[in-house]
Ligand binder design. Sequence first.
Ligand SMILES: Nc1ncnc2c1ncn2[C@@H]1O[C@H](COP(=O)(O)OP(=O)(O)OP(=O)(O)O)[C@@H](O)[C@H]1O
Ligand SMILES: [Mg+2]
Length: 265
Amino acid sequence: MTVSAHNPGLPPIIELNSVIKEFGSYRAVDKLSFTVAKGEIVALLGRTGAGKTTVLNLIMGTLAPDSGRVMVAGFDPFRQFSALKGKLAVSFQTDRLLPWRTAVENAELGLLIQGKPKDQARTIASGWLARVNLAGAENKYTHELSGGMRQRVSLARALAVDPELVLLDESFSQLDHVTSHELRQDFCAVAREYGKTCLLVTHRLDDAIEMADRVIVLGPGGHVKLELSLREAATDETVVGRTRSQIAAALGEDTGKQQQNEREE
Ligand SMILES: Nc1ncnc2c1ncn2[C@@H]1O[C@H](COP(=O)(O)OP(=O)(O)OP(=O)(O)O)[C@@H](O)[C@H]1O
Ligand SMILES: [Mg+2]
């Protein structure tokens, strides 16, 4: 069994080994290898078109690699798609809630699909809404909720099925900075409390530094340009500054410009 280099002793939940994915003659992912250990929060950073969503699709099993190996929780996600049912949850840039369902009815959706009895699903979903600070909003329809609240419902829905792995694709990037910051903090607190393994895709350096234990920067054409542990950085301002510059350089941006862009978004 391959053991993660970052948490020796624990088998990786995600393992990509020399993965190649081409669309026609365009190579979107080029010999990509990385692992994510159980309980780790890893940020996958890269500029637009770097291949981030393609990598998520390979991990979700909605795309097959042309060569190389993808393993998730010990399964091949493409060939053994149904084996990962309930083990994997995804939250996207837009909340993808159903407007004719209330907050709690949206949050319990995954549980009902899994076949949980209605009353149990309702209790579990309400509990998760409370954990993402939405107690009291259970019976509101999506149009009665703010963007941040809707994204919280989407996260509650993802976490309610008690997945082994949570994949986030730019889940916070459409929100204003204050809302996005609060939601990132709340999500991380819950993810760490429950030991969830998370791969979060983002193009925003600040999101990655704030949330992740480790950052992987994808260069154009989908290969690892930089891989950096952030555990040490979290407590030391000088290290944070250095880390920020290193990541910004790998992204091909200068730090000042990146911060300016993020303020303008
Ligand atoms: N189904 C597809 N068919 C053809 N080309 C594709 C397909 N999916 C992705 N690509 C191409 O592969 C490259 C990587 O796309 P991908 O969506 O993974 O990038 P990304 O890093 O998620 O970008 P963004 O930050 O804009 O979401 C792009 O050049 C894209 O045009
Ligand atoms: Mg994308």
